[in-house]
Design a protein around this ligand. Structure first.
Ligand code: GCB
Length: 609
């Protein structure tokens, strides 16, 4: 949730289609295509476990009242030999942005708390232009200051936010200071307990974007739900004169429409389609889409496809498909840390391609916008998720607002991506009435913002004797019967699991969101021995036997593409802070189960060809 400085913490729940008026500023659609300067690079940083750069000795924040110059955001330099200043960014170490801090300094590897980061940059602001300071993601809570003045705060480690800095930039030298705090808290999203590394810092791009004073703030250009013959959506103009004539053009498809926005800057668009090459994993065709309004124009690359369910089928462009998927985290197994850029992302998606996957689950939080764009280009369908994971504070209204905002920001950011077919509102959340209410409202938000995709969640199973049962009151609000099941690992074992069978009483496509087993790459034993590659391989083979007996099975994303770091994984030999359920190890070695899954997917592909 982005809050401007000096505003109350509770923002209204945003349900309207063109995105919320965020605390900071409404997100600019497709920011990377705008005129901008990158603020990526080396940022000086100060580790501040006691937050002494934020609070005075009475624990009052410096930035709430004129208390004097001790807040680190002022970036002070002593002017005389007598000046008292107890910090110094220039003399402090630096780290790469984007980049999590844990992987950049030994001291920070297990750190959870506040780090201050500062970047100095040059600007030449022009009259008649608007400027936005954009952050792709900062984990978790950030306070942002420009030239010593607070711009606002933001919560949520994986969604973008921005501040309108028009009129706040100096000609010449400027400095931006970010207080990033990755402390885990029960009432936040995610909560204290997760099975992944709590990487802190500015983990995605930072840039300063320039747009005309009247500008295209947002748009959606997609096929209408279930209609291969109509492109629908909207354009939202903002700034000085929001009432504008807008054109949306797809030159290669010879499509064009001109509409007038209303006083609030909004225009619905509807274009009938003669012929299009529809986007699919086999043919990930992207068209250049040009949008112009008054002094502004922006171009995007957009694919067109429909996605629906009918009974137990998932229809892509009207044809039944099977989701040959794999789950992945936003983490590089080879070089510690979050994925740093397109090269890292391509490596991950290339491994998925080598599995003969047509689908990825980007777990358990929004991955980078670049990842979704890469999936568009490489032809991979995407399940996108928010970190509503395990034991959230279901009854806390602020917690809900936060989850709802993170979901909103994800949907607004990615709703032009053909690859994204599922909005996931959470993972393994324990059934209770407050949870059902919370999650149903999230499902409503996703549908309200985008009615052209599926809404789902990774549910859980329980066992009744030898039956594995999927029964969740939330299922009615979802498009898929999608669930995690760890047959052979957290219950039963790789052999005896075959004595179970599934009972799923929903007339919906069944998609297994997780299954898996830990294996230490290179550890070979018989298939009865846990942690061995042979055990993991047998478990996969027996999973295929169990799962193909489910009539509605239409896809799966086993857990997980690569080994990943987790503080919960304590076995000193087999784990050592690694979750070893990867099909690819932390040295890039493919385990036996990788090949088993690929062989299975090759067979499935034949059936669905
Ligand atoms: C799960 C979670 C996932 C864990 C995985 C595991 O059910 O959704 O985040 O990492 O199990 O390995 O236990």
């Amino acid at each position: 949730i982005a809050q401007p400085a000096g505003q109350p913490a509770a923002a209204p729940v945003a349900q309207h289609e063109h995105g919320p008026a965020q605390g900071g500023a409404q997100l600019l659609q497709n920011v990377f295509a705008r005129s901008h300067v990158s603020l990526n690079g080396r940022w000086n940083y100060i580790i501040d476990p006691y937050e002494m750069g934020y609070y005075d000795y009475r624990h009052e924040p410096f930035d709430r009242s004129p208390k004097g110059p001790q807040g680190f955001y002022e970036d002070l330099q002593p002017k005389t030999k007598n000046d008292w200043v107890e910090y110094n960014f220039d003399l402090s170490p630096n780290m790469k942005v984007p980049g999590d801090w844990n992987s950049q300094a030994e001291k920070l590897s297990l750190y959870e708390g506040t780090v201050w980061l500062r970047q100095v940059f040059d600007a030449q602001p022009k009259e008649g232009k608007r400027y936005f300071l954009y952050f792709g993601a900062v984990n978790y809570e950030s306070h942002v200051y420009l030239n010593g003045k607070k711009l606002g705060t933001h919560k949520g480690g994986f969604t973008p936010f921005q501040f309108d800095v028009t009129g706040k930039l100096a000609k010449g030298r400027n400095f931006v200071v970010v207080k990033a705090d990755n402390t885990r808290r029960q009432d936040e999203i995610p909560t204290v307990n997760t099975d992944w590394w709590n990487y802190g810092g500015i983990t995605r791009d930072v840039l300063l974007a320039e747009v005309p004073d009247t500008y295209i703030a947002d748009y959606k250009v997609q096929l209408a739900k279930g209609d291969l013959k109509r492109i629908e959506g909207f354009v939202q103009v903002a700034g000085a004169q929001p009432a504008q004539t807008v054109t949306v053009e797809i030159p290669e498809a010879q499509l064009k429409t001109t509409v007038r926005t209303d006083a609030a800057g909004r225009a619905a668009i509807s274009i009938s389609v003669r012929s299009l090459r529809y986007w699919s994993p086999e043919d990930p065709k992207l068209y250049q889409v040009k949008i112009a309004a008054g002094p502004d124009s922006v171009a995007d690359r957009i694919g067109f496809r429909t996605i629906e369910t009918r009974g137990r089928d998932i229809l892509l462009n009207g044809k039944s498909i099977f989701l040959r998927g794999i789950s992945l985290h936003d983490e590089n197994p080879l070089i510690q840390g979050r994925l740093r850029g397109e090269g890292d992302m391509r490596m991950m998606l290339q491994w998925a391609k080598e599995l003969n996957a047509n689908y990825v689950r980007l777990a358990h939080y929004p991955h980078s916008e670049k990842m979704a764009r890469l999936a568009d280009e490489m032809g991979l369908l995407v399940w996108a998720e928010v970190p509503v994971y395990w034991t959230i504070s279901w009854q806390n209204a602020d917690t809900f607002r936060n989850a709802n905002q993170q979901l909103t920001d994800l949907v607004v950011r990615d709703r032009n991506r053909a690859s994204v077919i599922v909005w996931s509102i959470g993972n393994e959340t324990p059934v209770s009435e407050p949870r059902n209410v919370f999650m149903r409202k999230l499902a409503g938000t996703a549908r309200g913002l985008d009615d052209t995709r599926l809404v789902a969640a990774a549910l859980e199973v329980h066992r009744e004797g030898k039956e594995v049962v999927v029964q969740d009151p939330l299922a009615d609000a979802l498009d898929l019967a999608s669930f995690n099941e760890y047959a052979g690992w957290y219950w039963s074992n790789a052999k005896d699991m075959l004595t179970y069978r599934f009972r799923i009483d929903y007339d919906k496509p069944v998609v297994i969101t997780e299954l898996g087993a830990d294996a230490l790459a290179g550890y070979h034993a018989d298939a009865d021995t846990r942690w061995s590659e042979e055990y993991q391989e047998l478990l996969y083979q027996n999973q295929f036997k169990l799962l193909t007996a489910i009539p509605g099975l239409r896809g799966m994303t086993p857990w997980v593409l690569t080994d990943f770091r987790s503080p919960r994984r304590q076995h000193p030999y087999f784990q050592d802070f690694w979750n070893r359920k990867g099909l690819v190890s932390d040295t890039g070695q493919k385990k036996k189960a990788f090949h088993a899954l690929k062989a299975f997917y090759d067979g499935v592909q034949q059936q669905y060809a």
